[in-house]
Design a protein around this ligand. Structure first.
Ligand code: SF4
Length: 80
């Protein structure tokens, strides 16, 4: 999978500069986005309320929208 993602990045296929933005007013820390992202865009971070995802490598996003679709509270959108 990683090789395929790197080929897509090198050839700039599948991405157009969009990346995910997390609305922390909606996020419940399910980490679904962290688990589902094939490009390893998210990291986990600790907060007072427990773990949550953060966007760590936005430039690696391929705009597949799996994080958007997997989020149980619609807390993620892709932005420029
Ligand atoms: S759109 Fe796809 S590649 Fe981009 S952060 Fe979401 S799951 Fe990862």
């Amino acid at each position: 999978m990683e090789i395929i993602i790197n080929i897509l990045k090198i050839n700039k296929i599948g991405g157009n500069g969009m990346h995910p933005k997390i609305d922390y007013d909606k996020c419940v820390g399910s980490l679904e986005c962290y688990d589902v992202c094939p490009a390893d865009v998210f990291d986990e971070e600790e907060t007072e309320d427990g773990k949550r995802a953060k966007v760590a490598r936005p430039d690696d996003c391929t705009e597949c929208e799996q994080c958007v679709d997997s989020c149980p509270t619609d807390a993620i959108e892709l932005v420029d």
